[in-house]
Design a protein around this ligand. Structure first.
Ligand SMILES: *Cc1c(COP(=O)(O)O)cnc(C)c1O
Length: 487
């Protein structure tokens, strides 16, 4: 029966008795179901009376049942059944975790808002295995006694990068604070004015420096810094020279930078360390070839820097972590610092990191298994073929999608603007506005994120795994068939 006015609304108790809600009562409990029905009746009453004020937060579920983006008179009528359906949608949406899988069709390979690097299967397996039960996190199985939680990852890092010492903390921001606190507290640290950057999420070099207790000594200018600028600034109170990867910021035109090797030489002449915040930590040379100007970890080490640090979940493609490599005496001071206890990694991150690093022992294995490398290095011609196939499947269902050349980006605060050639599906959702398709995509399970230009939705395939591609196809068929019924 169609509900035309508030008086036609069913009684709550009556709705609650409907057998369609039985399974929800079983899976979610009686009270949440009652609350959902009450709230949906309230939303419906508000819609029917056209009450002023903000839209009821649950009106969105009624809209989903009655057709998104339609005018009031072309929507499916409000009925007892639509109320039940909307209640079910609300309950299902409440049961979904806040952090859940999404499909990233944006083409941003390292998407800071979408969890940065996806993990390799090997990393996931290690993480699950070590977390499901007990693990030798701080137990030395050779000695049969208490061990140190980072020792196996440290040994692996030393072998992999040929360094004297290494350690790991929660993220790279922590690594930088730890290095400055442990090595430079109360002493001046020289930084070029062109590197006093803010990197997403309030990581601001001057503020981090202040927090650490080291004293910032700016050298050079915003666009030009010479070796002589550092040289002039060195005195008895100098604790270190710091080089910061500019990451999400570029300077161009009339510029001058000091090479890290020259900086390291100068530091060493004065018995000082060079600390290098490398940011992304690119290990793969093939990936570096895609990213002009991006140094690899090996490049940074070859420059002679004494401590280098970088993220585990940027260009390395592992879990969130801050990896620190360098000279044993300096790393030892950092490891012994009280902040180390606050910054230490848990078993989830350490096991996933160890598995990811193990893949890098053979660059081909890394290329084959680390999702970030797979996405970034995936052959563009093959990507085009996959996009064409997807467009053909959609055409089969009378959904028009063009195959267009696209520019994916590396993203992740690392090399955010460096384009990576890609292919995308372009869909003009006419007659619907783009915004309503976007919200249908976001409320789909799993949610889908894409790019929008000129009233067109772009689905970039570079960031889609094979299974994600299938999920995207299913989602588009589902959404279009419901929102734009075939004639
Ligand atoms: C990303 C970045 C950081 C912060 O690293 P997190 O792992 O996000 O904490 C610090 N320094 C540089 C240069 C960066 O690019």
């Amino acid at each position: 029966m169609t509900i035309k006015g508030p008086r036609d609304l069913p009684k709550m108790d009556d709705l609650l008795k409907d057998p369609q809600l039985d399974s929800l009562k079983q899976t979610q409990g009686y009270l949440p179901v009652k609350e959902a029905v009450r709230s949906l009746l309230e939303a419906a009453r508000q819609t029917l009376t056209g009450a002023e004020g903000p839209t009821h937060p649950d009106a969105v579920f009624l809209d989903q049942v009655r057709g998104i983006g339609r005018d009031e008179d072309t929507k499916l009528p409000l009925s007892r059944q639509s109320l039940l359906e909307a209640s079910r949608l609300k309950l299902e949406s409440e049961a979904r975790p806040g952090i859940r899988k999404v499909i990233n069709a944006t083409g941003a390979i390292l998407h800071t808002n979408l969890g940065r690097a996806p993990l390799a299967e090997q990393a996931l397996a290690a993480l699950a295995e070590c977390s499901r039960g007990y693990a030798s996190l701080e137990f030395d199985l050779k000695e049969g006694k208490r061990g140190q939680r980072t020792s196996s990852v440290e040994a692996l890092l030393c072998r992999l990068f040929g360094v004297e010492a290494a350690t790991v903390v929660n993220n790279n921001a922590a690594a930088v604070i730890l290095a400055l606190s442990a090595l430079c507290r109360g002493r001046q640290v020289l930084v070029s004015r062109s590197e006093l950057v803010e990197i997403g999420g309030k990581f601001r070099v001057p503020e981090i420096m202040e927090e650490s207790g080291a004293l910032l000594r700016e050298v050079g200018t915003t666009n030009k810094t010479y070796l002589a600028d550092y040289e002039k600034a060195i005195d008895d109170s100098t604790g270190a020279l710091l080089k910061v990867h500019r990451s999400n910021f570029r300077i161009s035109g009339f510029t001058e930078d000091v090479d890290e090797a020259d900086l390291a030489r100068l530091a060493h002449q004065h018995g000082l360390p060079l600390i290098y915040d490398l940011g992304s930590g690119c290990v793969s040379t093939e990936l570096a070839d895609l990213l002009p100007g991006e140094p690899t970890v090996a490049d940074a080490l070859a420059s002679g820097a004494d401590v280098i640090c970088f993220s585990g979940d940027k260009l390395l493609g592992g879990p969130q972590a801050g990896i620190i490599l360098g000279r044993a005496a300096l790393i030892g001071k950092m490891a012994a610092h009280p902040l180390m206890r606050a910054f230490r990694c848990d078993k989830l991150a350490l096991s996933a990191l160890e598995a990811t690093l193990t893949l890098y022992r053979d660059p081909d294995r890394a290329k084959q298994h680390v999702p970030l490398l797979k996405s970034a290095l995936y052959d563009s011609k093959k990507l085009r073929e996959r996009t064409k196939k997807l467009a053909a499947s959609l055409a089969h269902h009378r959904i028009e999608a063009r195959v267009v050349a696209s520019q994916a980006i590396m993203g992740g605060g690392a090399a955010p603007e460096i384009p990576v050639a890609s292919w995308a599906l372009a869909i003009k959702p006419e007659p619907l506005p783009v915004s309503s398709l976007e919200s249908a995509l976001l409320s789909h399970d799993p949610p889908i994120l894409c790019r929008t230009t000129h009233e067109t939705l772009l689905f970039d395939l570079r960031t889609l795994s094979g299974p994600d591609e299938d999920l995207l196809l299913t989602a588009l068929l589902h959404i279009f068939n419901r929102e734009v019924p075939l004639p």
